[in-house]
Design a protein around this ligand. Structure first.
Ligand code: 5AD
Ligand code: FES
Length: 366
C-alpha cells in the first residue's frame, strides 16, 4: 500500500514545464508515468475550466481552396473532389440547428475560398448575430487584415488558424506561397489578437519531417501566443496529395520523426493543457478518426474540454475530405448531436452552458 502511494508521488508531474521536459514527455513510454501525466492534465483541466464540455457546431460551408498545402485533400490541384459552396440560407439553417441543439457557438469553416467575398462573410456573420445569441468562430484560412477587421466589426468573436508547425523550414516545404509571398502565421495570429478576436491555433502531430524537438517547440509556442483555443490532431495521409509520397517529397527525420499516432495526440493534448491551463482544447475529429470507439472520450479525460459536433449536411460533408475516412462522414447533424451528448453523459461531465468564452479574455481585460 505504502509502496504504491510512494510510486504515485514519485510519478507526479509538477511545476511549469521547460522545453527539455516537454520533449521528454513526448518521448515518454512508461505507462505509469504517462498515467501520471493524464491525471495531472485532467486535474488542471478541472481546476481551470471545470467539468463542462463546450459544444461548437461545425459548418464546413465551402471546400474550394486556392492553396496547395502538401498534406490537405482540399488543395486546389486535387481535381478528384467535387467542389461545393453552401448558399447563405442553407448555412443559416445549420446555424438554427445549433440553437435547437443548445450549442453556444458555431464555427464557420472553409478552404481558402476567395470567391466568397469580404462582404458576403460579413453579411453572414451579421445575420447570425441578429437571429441568434451564438458566438461565431471563423476558420477561413489566411485572409487580409482588413477582411479580418470587417468580420470582427460584423460581430465575429473568434478565429482559428493553426500554425501547423513552428519549424520554419518544414512549414515552407509544406505550404507553397500564394502570389510568391511566404506567409507568417505567427504574425497573422498577433494581427487577429490585436483585432480583438479570441485566437485559436494548433498543429498536426506526426507530419513527415517533424521531430520531437519541433513538436516540443510547437507546444512552447502555444504558451508564448497565450492561445485561447488549441486544436491538435494526428496527421492522416491523403492519397491525392504530394505528401502521400513522402519519401520523394521530404528528407526523413529518421529516429527523431514524431509518430502520427493516437498515443502521441494524447501527450500533446495533455501538455497543451499544462502549458495553457485556461485554454479551450477540443478532442478533435482527426483523433476520433484514429479511435472511433473512445478517442474523443480519452481526449476529454486527458486535458480536452471541447467537442465540435458536425452540422454540415451529409451530402456536403462527404466532400469536405481534408483526409480520408473522417469520423462521422455519413452522419446527420442530429446523429452527431445524440452521439456526443451520450458520450459526455457517460463520462459524468456536463454539457457546456452558454457560449463557452475563453476565460483568458477576462484576464486580458484586467
Ligand atoms: N491530416 C490531418 N489533419 C489535416 N489537416 C489538413 N490536412 C490534414 C491531414 N491530411 C488539418 C490542418 C488544418 C485543419 C483544418 O485540418 O491542421 O489546419
Ligand atoms: Fe458524429 Fe459520433 S459525433 S457520429
Amino acid at each position: 500500500m505504502l509502496a504504491s502511494q510512494e510510486t504515485k508521488v514519485a510519478y507526479e508531474v509538477n511545476g511549469p514545464l521547460n522545453l527539455t521536459e516537454i520533449a521528454g514527455w513526448l518521448r515518454e513510454s512508461d505507462p505509469r508515468r504517462l498515467e501520471a501525466l493524464w491525471r495531472r492534465a485532467d486535474r488542471v483541466r478541472q481546476q481551470n475550466v471545470g467539468a463542462q464540455v463546450h459544444l461548437r457546431g461545425l459548418i464546413e460551408f465551402s471546400n474550394y481552396c486556392v492553396r496547395r498545402c502538401a498534406y490537405c485533400g482540399l488543395r486546389a490541384p486535387n481535381r478528384r473532389i467535387e467542389r461545393y459552396r453552401m448558399p447563405p440560407d442553407e448555412i443559416l439553417e445549420c446555424v438554427h440547428q445549433a440553437v435547437a441543439f443548445g450549442y453556444g457557438t458555431v464555427v464557420l469553416q472553409s478552404g481558402e475560398d476567395l470567391a466568397v467575398t469580404t462582404d458576403e462573410i460579413a453579411n453572414l456573420v451579421r445575420r447570425i448575430k441578429r437571429e441568434t445569441n451564438l458566438a461565431v468562430t471563423l476558420s477561413l484560412g489566411e485572409r487580409a487584415v482588413d477582411e479580418w477587421a470587417a468580420w470582427r466589426e460584423a460581430g465575429a468573436d473568434r478565429y482559428l488558424l493553426r500554425f501547423e508547425t513552428s519549424n520554419r523550414e518544414l512549414y515552407h516545404r509544406l505550404h507553397p506561397p500564394r502570389n510568391g509571398r511566404d506567409s507568417d502565421r505567427m504574425v497573422m495570429l498577433s494581427s487577429l489578437r490585436r483585432l480583438g478576436y479570441e485566437v485559436g491555433s494548433g498543429v498536426m502531430i506526426g507530419i513527415p519531417g517533424q521531430t520531437y524537438d519541433d513538436l516540443a517547440r510547437d507546444i512552447a509556442w502555444f504558451a508564448e501566443l497565450d492561445l485561447d483555443m488549441i486544436g491538435v490532431g494526428p496527421y492522416l495521409v491523403h492519397p491525392e496529395t504530394p505528401l502521400a509520397d513522402e519519401r520523394a517529397y521530404l528528407p526523413a527525420a529518421g529516429d527523431d520523426q514524431v509518430e502520427a499516432s493516437e498515443a502521441m495526440t494524447y501527450r500533446v493534448i495533455a501538455l497543451a493543457r499544462l502549458v495553457c491551463p485556461r485554454a479551450n482544447v477540443p478532442a478533435t475529429t482527426a483523433l476520433a478518426t484514429l479511435n472511433r470507439r473512445n478517442g474523443r472520450e480519452l481526449g476529454l479525460q486527458r486535458g480536452a474540454n471541447v467537442v465540435m459536433p458536425n452540422l454540415t449536411p451529409p451530402r456536403y460533408r462527404a466532400l469536405y475530405e481534408i483526409y480520408p475516412e473522417k469520423a462521422c462522414l455519413a452522419e446527420t447533424a442530429s446523429a452527431c448531436h445524440g452521439c456526443l451528448a451520450t458520450r459526455i453523459r457517460n463520462l459524468n461531465r456536463e454539457m457546456g452552458q452558454g457560449r463557452g468564452d475563453s476565460p483568458n479574455r477576462a484576464r486580458r481585460k484586467d
